[in-house]
Design a protein around this ligand. Structure first.
Ligand code: NAD
Length: 357
């Protein structure tokens, strides 16, 4: 068959510059003519919140966010935005801050300007998520795509080392899972490939020297590309698994991605030669699953789902919950025993390597 695809590029302004978060946020707010901003920031970003608040018209401020966007927090934020008659949202923080802003945008239509502080990439997607009764619900809506993103590599400096690496591996997962996701196409695959070409050396260098600003910029840039690829390609098997693990068992988002990716890659790679080749190329030709596993261990990723707090007896239920959401287009067919085996390996932290498929 010839080359044929249906690709949508999401429109978003991106300002990238180290040390320029305050100035660039003020520029975007000025350009939008926003007069009543809802400022949402994570607890750790109080000082940055103050600096930005000094430059923009803040009408309401939410300090502190909770991972996976609990429904009650989201409802309170929506009330705050409506009560203060806000016309723009500025979110400062990782995916949890962006995620809260997204629910406000979803319910009110107020545009978001995102100032990310991790490599999670939520700011580049039109995907929202909310957690209620231990289940994470996600959806896609144009209103939740931030109209502008202000990237400043210095903002991630405060991330504890392990979390910075895990967050970077979450970005790697966006690129990799995008290669076989339901709407994978040559454009998002190119973006994902380029994302990996920035992320892998960036994270290696960050692991060696957390003060390497150029490496941090490279990682952030790669994380953005990977997130754009993911936003376009959709969630593949890897994301479906991680959403269940995060929503049902409250496992930490970035670390869960860091642990699970090599196992999903080992499962899919035999039936996804093009994806395997793209990954392999970034690791000097090493086989994709073991390259990702060794890379994760080298840069200090957590080893197993057991280390993250999943109990072995939860595995059958987790497999049950994942199965209905597995994309039919996954390169390899997935059944319950296969999912359980994959989860069991990730739970135990089995080495991923030669001979495994
Ligand atoms: P996070 O925002 O929950 O942050 C993790 C921890 O690091 C928190 O304790 C936070 O306070 C702290 N932190 C964040 N940045 C920091 C910094 N620069 N310095 C010091 N501490 C900092 O983690 P995350 O991985 O960025 O986001 C996870 C959430 O985002 C999950 O809910 C996930 O589902 C969602 N997410 C959504 C999408 C999407 O497209 N919708 C994409 C990726 C992630």
């Amino acid at each position: 068959m010839g080359l044929a695809f249906d690709h949508t590029t999401l429109a978003q302004r991106v300002l990238f510059g180290s040390g320029q978060a305050v100035e660039n946020t003020a520029t975007v707010i000025g350009d939008h003519g926003a007069a009543r901003v809802l400022l949402i920031h994570d607890d750790f970003a109080s000082d940055l919140g103050d600096d930005i608040a000094a430059q923009i018209p803040v009408a309401a401020r939410i300090r502190g966010v909770v991972q996976h966007v609990p429904a009650d927090r989201a409802a309170a934020a929506v009330d705050e935005a409506i009560g203060a008659n806000c016309d723009a949202i500025v979110s400062i923080g990782g995916g949890s801050a962006t995620g809260l802003a997204k629910i406000v945008a979803l319910r009110t239509g107020i545009p978001i300007i995102a100032v990310p502080t991790t490599f999670a990439g939520s700011e580049a997607t039109n995907v929202w998520g909310i957690t209620e009764h231990e289940r994470k619900q996600t959806g896609i809506d144009a209103r939740v795509l931030p109209v502008a993103v202000v990237y400043d590599a210095l903002l991630s400096t405060g991330l504890p080392g392990g979390l910075a690496i895990a967050s970077g591996l979450n970005a790697v997962a966006h690129a990799v899972d995008g290669f076989w996701a339901p709407k994978a196409d040559p454009i998002n695959q190119a973006l994902g490939t380029e994302g990996l070409r920035a992320l892998v050396p960036g994270l290696r260098r960050l692991h060696d020297d957390a003060g390497d600003l150029e490496a941090r910029e490279l990682t952030l840039y790669g994380a953005y590309l990977a997130a754009v690829a993911f936003a376009s390609a959709g969630s593949g098997l890897h994301h479906k698994i991680c959403h269940v693990l995060g929503g049902r068992y409250n496992l930490s988002h970035a670390e869960t991605h860091a642990v699970v990716l090599p196992y999903v890659t080992a499962f899919n790679a035999p039936e996804a030669p093009d994806a395997a080749a793209r990954i392999s190329a970034v690791f000097d030709g090493a086989p994709a699953p073991e390259a990702l596993f060794s890379f994760g261990q080298h840069v200090g990723a957590p080893r197993s789902l057991a280390d993250l707090g999943l109990r072995e007896q939860d595995i059958p239920e987790a497999a049950d919950l994942v199965l209905p959401s597995v994309p039919p287009s996954n390169p390899r067919s997935v059944d319950l025993p296969a999912l359980e085996e994959l989860l069991r390996s990730a739970w135990a932290g089995d080495p991923v390597g030669k001979g495994q498929s």
